[in-house]
Design a binder for this molecule. Sequence first.
Ligand SMILES: [Zn+2]
Ligand SMILES: [Zn+2]
Length: 103
Amino acid sequence: MARDFAKAFYNSKEWQHCRDAYIEHVHGLCERCHRPGWIVHHKCYLTPANIEDPDVTLNFDNLEYLCQDCHNLEHGGMDQKPVKDGLFFDENGDLRQVKAPPF
Ligand SMILES: [Zn+2]
Ligand SMILES: [Zn+2]
């Protein structure tokens, strides 16, 4: 289930620049296990109420660079089945098919 409210945000230049800068800031490594990272996660999940608020969406303090495993754990929890090969949780917590790394 795509959450349309965030689509425009993730396509925005502001986010793409912020994301790239953040990845560089953490040297491209997952902040939890220090393997190569995969996705910039929002600690405070994006909602329709905060999607317009750069203090949430573009704030380094609210970002965390995670590898695929750590991101799946963050969104999937320990009690869920492992995510199948080729699937991952996107930044909205939606299950998506892997196409290419996001950068
Ligand atoms: Zn990790
Ligand atoms: Zn996330």
